[in-house]
Ligand binder design. Structure first.
Ligand SMILES: [Cu+2]
Length: 160
């Protein structure tokens, strides 16, 4: 009886986990976009960024070559680089996701940059985004807009 209940509980848990994963995961062929989110910014601030995990389950390297959104005038692929002791943002041509591995877009690192916001990036709102890969595949998804603490970046700066 107890074993039966435990089994059922585990099954339920597995279903719930699958559901919660599928809710926040979007696939373009072999690359999945997992838990995308965008940074909430105060009204009047013109730019923001989106972050996510890109997971490549194929045995071929893939790369994001374009990002598009109706949320801002311009959307660019960006990274942070340390220059003269300062972390600065730089546009990159592509974001590579190696075969059978993950690339993490996060504050202080790689990100999708929104320049010239057309809508308020308030916590609770959403931003639509489309990524295009080097093999022509595209994935469209919605990134919830959240408060993102600046702590990650500060910690990274202190470590170096
Ligand atoms: Cu940027």
């Amino acid at each position: 009886m107890l074993r039966y209940a435990t089994n059922n509980f585990l099954k339920m848990l597995a279903i719930m986990l699958t559901l919660s994963l599928s809710l926040n995961s979007y696939a373009a062929g072999s690359v999945s976009v997992i838990n995308p989110y965008a940074r909430a910014v105060p009204a009047g601030q013109p730019n923001s960024a989106a972050f996510m995990v890109l997971k490549n389950t194929s045995d071929q390297d893939r790369a994001v070559i374009h990002a598009r959104s109706n949320a801002s005038k311009v959307v660019e692929l960006h990274t942070h680089k340390k220059e003269g002791g300062m972390m600065r943002m730089r546009q990159v041509e592509k974001i590579v996701v190696k075969a059978n591995s993950e690339t993490v877009l996060k504050p202080g690192g790689l990100h999708i940059m929104f320049i010239g916001l057309k809508q308020p990036f308030k916590a609770g709102n959403k931003a639509e985004l489309e990524l295009e890969f080097d093999n022509g595949e595209k994935v469209k998804f919605t990134a919830p807009i959240k408060m993102v603490a600046g702590m990650n970046m500060m910690k990274m700066k202190k470590q170096h």
